[in-house]
Design a binder for this molecule. Structure first.
Ligand code: FE2
Ligand code: FE2
Length: 160
Protein backbone atom coordinates (compact mmCIF):
# COMPACT_ATOMS: atom_id res chain seq x y z
CA UNK A 1 0.00 0.00 0.00
CA UNK A 2 1.45 3.39 -0.89
CA UNK A 3 2.23 5.88 1.88
CA UNK A 4 -0.55 8.27 0.86
CA UNK A 5 -3.26 5.67 1.39
CA UNK A 6 -1.87 4.93 4.84
CA UNK A 7 -1.64 8.56 5.83
CA UNK A 8 -5.15 9.29 4.53
CA UNK A 9 -6.47 6.53 6.78
CA UNK A 10 -4.83 8.22 9.76
CA UNK A 11 -6.43 11.48 8.69
CA UNK A 12 -9.83 9.81 8.75
CA UNK A 13 -9.20 8.38 12.22
CA UNK A 14 -8.24 11.81 13.49
CA UNK A 15 -11.29 13.47 11.88
CA UNK A 16 -13.57 10.92 13.56
CA UNK A 17 -11.99 11.59 16.97
CA UNK A 18 -12.45 15.33 16.56
CA UNK A 19 -16.06 14.73 15.71
CA UNK A 20 -16.63 12.48 18.73
CA UNK A 21 -15.10 14.98 21.14
CA UNK A 22 -17.11 17.86 19.68
CA UNK A 23 -20.33 15.92 20.06
CA UNK A 24 -19.79 16.06 23.84
CA UNK A 25 -19.37 19.83 23.99
CA UNK A 26 -22.87 20.38 25.36
CA UNK A 27 -22.13 18.05 28.26
CA UNK A 28 -19.97 18.48 31.34
CA UNK A 29 -16.58 16.86 31.65
CA UNK A 30 -16.54 13.06 31.48
CA UNK A 31 -13.75 10.46 31.72
CA UNK A 32 -14.75 9.47 28.19
CA UNK A 33 -13.89 12.93 26.86
CA UNK A 34 -10.51 12.76 28.60
CA UNK A 35 -9.87 9.35 27.09
CA UNK A 36 -10.82 10.54 23.62
CA UNK A 37 -8.57 13.56 23.93
CA UNK A 38 -5.61 11.41 25.03
CA UNK A 39 -6.25 9.14 22.08
CA UNK A 40 -6.48 12.07 19.66
CA UNK A 41 -3.22 13.51 20.99
CA UNK A 42 -1.52 10.15 20.68
CA UNK A 43 -2.74 9.62 17.12
CA UNK A 44 -1.73 13.10 15.99
CA UNK A 45 1.72 12.84 17.53
CA UNK A 46 2.38 9.40 16.14
CA UNK A 47 1.21 10.46 12.70
CA UNK A 48 3.32 13.64 12.75
CA UNK A 49 6.40 11.73 13.89
CA UNK A 50 6.03 9.32 10.98
CA UNK A 51 5.57 12.08 8.45
CA UNK A 52 8.52 14.02 9.84
CA UNK A 53 10.81 11.00 9.81
CA UNK A 54 9.85 9.32 6.56
CA UNK A 55 7.84 11.54 4.27
CA UNK A 56 8.60 15.25 4.54
CA UNK A 57 12.31 14.57 4.30
CA UNK A 58 11.81 13.51 0.68
CA UNK A 59 9.57 16.43 -0.18
CA UNK A 60 12.12 18.80 1.33
CA UNK A 61 14.76 17.60 -1.09
CA UNK A 62 12.92 18.65 -4.23
CA UNK A 63 12.76 22.28 -5.22
CA UNK A 64 9.13 22.08 -6.35
CA UNK A 65 7.86 20.66 -3.04
CA UNK A 66 10.18 22.33 -0.55
CA UNK A 67 7.62 24.99 0.35
CA UNK A 68 4.91 22.46 1.05
CA UNK A 69 7.25 20.49 3.29
CA UNK A 70 8.29 23.62 5.13
CA UNK A 71 4.66 24.66 5.75
CA UNK A 72 3.77 21.16 6.85
CA UNK A 73 6.57 21.08 9.43
CA UNK A 74 5.44 24.45 10.70
CA UNK A 75 1.86 23.15 11.03
CA UNK A 76 3.12 20.16 13.02
CA UNK A 77 4.86 22.52 15.44
CA UNK A 78 1.68 24.53 15.84
CA UNK A 79 -0.39 21.38 16.40
CA UNK A 80 2.06 20.10 19.01
CA UNK A 81 1.92 23.40 20.92
CA UNK A 82 -1.89 23.43 20.93
CA UNK A 83 -2.05 19.80 22.04
CA UNK A 84 0.35 20.48 24.91
CA UNK A 85 -1.64 23.53 26.01
CA UNK A 86 -4.89 21.58 25.94
CA UNK A 87 -3.36 18.71 27.87
CA UNK A 88 -1.92 21.01 30.51
CA UNK A 89 -5.17 22.94 30.99
CA UNK A 90 -6.56 22.59 34.49
CA UNK A 91 -10.21 22.94 33.60
CA UNK A 92 -12.56 21.86 30.86
CA UNK A 93 -14.14 25.21 30.16
CA UNK A 94 -14.87 27.79 27.50
CA UNK A 95 -11.14 28.43 27.01
CA UNK A 96 -10.52 24.73 26.45
CA UNK A 97 -13.33 24.41 23.94
CA UNK A 98 -12.21 27.40 21.89
CA UNK A 99 -8.60 26.22 21.98
CA UNK A 100 -9.77 22.82 20.84
CA UNK A 101 -11.69 24.39 17.96
CA UNK A 102 -8.54 26.29 17.00
CA UNK A 103 -6.64 23.00 16.97
CA UNK A 104 -9.32 21.42 14.81
CA UNK A 105 -9.05 24.23 12.30
CA UNK A 106 -5.25 23.99 12.11
CA UNK A 107 -5.38 20.21 11.69
CA UNK A 108 -8.09 20.39 9.01
CA UNK A 109 -6.20 23.01 7.03
CA UNK A 110 -2.99 21.05 7.34
CA UNK A 111 -4.58 17.77 6.24
CA UNK A 112 -6.18 19.49 3.25
CA UNK A 113 -2.79 20.94 2.28
CA UNK A 114 -1.17 17.52 2.48
CA UNK A 115 -3.82 15.71 0.52
CA UNK A 116 -4.59 18.37 -2.07
CA UNK A 117 -1.19 19.98 -2.56
CA UNK A 118 1.70 17.90 -1.30
CA UNK A 119 0.50 14.41 -2.16
CA UNK A 120 -0.48 15.56 -5.64
CA UNK A 121 3.15 16.37 -6.32
CA UNK A 122 4.39 12.96 -5.23
CA UNK A 123 5.33 11.94 -8.77
CA UNK A 124 7.80 14.83 -8.89
CA UNK A 125 9.61 13.38 -5.89
CA UNK A 126 9.44 9.62 -6.32
CA UNK A 127 8.28 6.79 -8.54
CA UNK A 128 5.15 4.77 -7.90
CA UNK A 129 7.33 1.92 -6.71
CA UNK A 130 9.07 4.22 -4.23
CA UNK A 131 5.70 5.44 -2.97
CA UNK A 132 4.81 1.81 -2.24
CA UNK A 133 8.12 1.22 -0.48
CA UNK A 134 7.63 4.35 1.56
CA UNK A 135 4.27 2.90 2.61
CA UNK A 136 6.08 -0.12 4.02
CA UNK A 137 8.55 2.14 5.83
CA UNK A 138 5.72 4.19 7.35
CA UNK A 139 3.87 1.05 8.41
CA UNK A 140 6.97 -0.42 10.05
CA UNK A 141 7.81 2.90 11.66
CA UNK A 142 4.33 3.05 13.13
CA UNK A 143 4.64 -0.41 14.55
CA UNK A 144 7.98 0.42 16.13
CA UNK A 145 6.68 3.66 17.64
CA UNK A 146 3.60 1.96 19.04
CA UNK A 147 5.81 -0.61 20.72
CA UNK A 148 8.03 2.01 22.31
CA UNK A 149 5.59 4.74 23.21
CA UNK A 150 2.83 4.45 25.79
CA UNK A 151 -0.53 4.20 24.09
CA UNK A 152 -3.54 6.43 24.63
CA UNK A 153 -5.15 3.87 26.86
CA UNK A 154 -2.48 3.41 29.45
CA UNK A 155 -1.58 -0.15 30.19
CA UNK A 156 -3.42 -1.78 27.33
CA UNK A 157 -1.22 -2.47 24.37
CA UNK A 158 -2.87 -1.37 21.16
CA UNK A 159 -3.05 -3.95 18.43
CA UNK A 160 -1.13 -3.07 15.34
FE1 FE2 B 1 1.12 16.25 8.69
FE1 FE2 C 1 -0.86 13.84 7.62
Amino acid sequence: MDFMTLLRRDHETVAALFHQIQRGFDQPETPERQRLFRQLKHELELHAALEDAHVYRLFQQAESTRNEAHNALEAHRQIKTLLDELEAALAYDHWWVSKFQALHKVVETHIAAEEQEMFRKTDRVMTRQEAEELGVAVENGKRALRRNAPTADEGTAEET
